[in-house]
Design a binder for this molecule. Structure first.
Ligand code: ADP
Ligand code: ASP
Ligand code: MG
Length: 473
């Protein structure tokens, strides 16, 4: 049993849908497969824009138009290239989902805001249409498909739009669904169902942007799959983002921990929550290219090639550094816990934390989208300390990036940090903050975003190129 997940880039056109269907057909000859699909590339962005502009009718009409055009083009192209394709069925599905979207919009307009459970339904419509279209393509190829509804088993412990799955409950509920599945099962990614409180029914939720990878990981755990395959638009995981570093090299193997660090620190090829479940249940994960299915891909598992010290380098952009400092911090028990409790109350995730040993200052990085909320809530929490001069005004520095070096073999190796910092100096990059976890599996630096490309290029060259060249910035 295998889980195959196809991302938006693998479903961006009619041709891509055909490639995906061929891969599924091929794989299903050897074993039972459960397929998880994202929305076609770009479609979720239009849906998110709609949910954010409920009161702007002109904008709503434009976004709805973009959404419909993207889906209609795929359906029309499939109708011309695949004779048995049931275009009518897909067109009807599009009409039904469009009506549903309009009803959600009307409801939200009356409420003057879009509640999370309605937003979740709106932004996951692309995944549902991918299922309808791929189902028709597979049927046109003569394949029998069962549809798997995430609402029936993929339970999440919260109802935020970045929800976390309850693996134990999901596994339990899935066993009921499993009996009904054909050789090929098809499920929309990105969607979960929150557990209702006090016997109330839960609500539809989402697993965070780019979260279909995570859906696939949860499904792989539920099915006890032999492998979770993530099919995308690159040959596997590279030692740097191949869009940024042309010389980036493909990695054959990664350990779960390395993959976790890389995805957490910006390697968007995998959603950061994906590795947790499959590592916990020791399920291997294979990253493959839909347009180049014969390439071996990257295998993420318990195995690792220990000899490589530094495996890869990644970057995460659009960050803000928050500084809480002042004489009132020194020796005061509980200041750090108040700072972090405030962030947690606001549901703001901390990407990286550093504290000076003088205890004068706590600095941490958050996503810039959370900046205003973080500032407001810290000002409220520390109102008295700020008034009395025990704390300096909350410091905020935005347009920052984190660049991270990752590799299991880095631990106990001398000179890695020195080489990293001299690379940054060579790229004329000023380091704002530094963090290394005690496993020594990653070293991260916070730098100005405008310097990120230079930092990545020089560091990549110094760590991975066998022919160092002099790069000046
Ligand atoms: P999908 O639509 O399949 O979910 P994504 O766009 O989410 O695809 O992820 C694939 C992209 O991740 C690649 O096109 C690549 O540009 C980017 N990426 C970033 N870092 C890496 C890396 N280290 N290795 C491979 N791809 C990476
Ligand atoms: N379609 C969703 C997004 O664009 C989920 C995904 O693609 O994984 O975020
Ligand atoms: Mg993705």
């Amino acid at each position: 049993m295998r889980v195959l997940k196809f991302g938006g880039s693998s479903l961006a056109s009619a041709e891509r849908f055909r490639q995906v269907a061929d891969i599924i057909k091929d794989k299903s000859q050897a074993t039972k497969v459960a397929v998880v699909v994202s929305a076609p590339q770009g479609v979720t962005n239009h849906l998110v824009a709609m949910a954010e502009n409920i009161s702007d009718e002109a904008k709503l009409i434009t976004d709805l138009g973009h959404f419909k055009r993207a889906i209609t083009t795929i359906i029309e192209d499939l109708a011309t290239s695949l004779p048995e394709f049931n275009a009518h069925h897909c067109e009807q599905a599009l009409i039904n989902y469009e009506h549903q979207l309009q009803r959600y919009m009307q409801g939200a307009t009356m409420l003057t805001y879009c509640p999370d459970h309605i937003r979740a339904r709106i932004i996951s419509t692309g995944e549902r249409l991918s299922v309808a279209i791929l189902d028709s393509v597979l049927q046109a190829l003569g394949l029998q498909v069962s549809l798997l509804a995430p609402e029936k088993f993929l339970f999440t412990s919260d109802s935020s739009l970045n929800a976390v799955a309850d693996l134990v409950l999901s596994k339990e509920r899935f066993s009921v669904e499993y009996e009904k599945l054909n050789q090929i099962a098809l499920m929309p990614g990105f969607i979960g169902m929150s557990i209702g409180k006090d016997n109330e029914e839960g609500t539809i939720t989402t697993l965070g942007r780019n979260g279909s990878d995570y859906s696939a990981a949860v499904l792989a755990v539920c099915m006890q799959a032999e492998c979770c395959e993530i099919w995308t638009d690159v040959d596997g995981v590279y030692n740097a983002d191949p869009r940024m570093i042309k010389e980036a090299k493909l990695l054959d193997y990664l350990s779960y921990q390395e993959a976790m660090e890389l995805s957490y620190f910006g390697a968007s090829v995998l959603h950061p929550k994906t590795i947790g479940p499959i590592a916990q249940y020791h399920i291997p994960c294979l990253i493959k290219n839909t347009s180049n299915p014969n390439a071996p891909g990257t295998l993420i598992s318990n195995e690792n090639d220990q000899q490589k010290r530094v495996k890869a380098i990644s970057n995460l952009d659009n960050l803000t550094m928050v500084n809480v400092s002042g004489p009132g911090m020194k020796g005061m028990v509980g200041m750090a816990s108040r700072v972090f409790a405030t962030m947690s109350r606001e549901n703001i995730s901390l990407v990286l934390i550093s504290q000076s040993s003088s205890e004068y200052c706590i600095s941490f990085c958050i996503h810039s989208a959370d900046m205003q909320q973080a500032e407001r809530s810290l000002k409220e929490e520390f109102e008295l300390e700020l008034l009395n001069g025990l704390l300096e005004p909350i410091g905020l520095k935005s347009e920052l990036s984190i660049v991270s070096l990752v590799g299991d073999g880095m631990n106990h190796q001398r000179g890695v940090a020195a080489k990293f910092f001299s690379s940054l100096a060579q790229a004329r990059v000023n380091v704002v903050a530094i963090a290394q976890d005690s496993s020594e599996r990653s070293i991260s630096v916070v730098i100005e975003q405008r310097k990120c490309t230079a930092a990545m290029k020089v560091s990549h060259q110094n760590f991975f190129s066998h022919k160092p060249e002099l790069m000046c910035f």
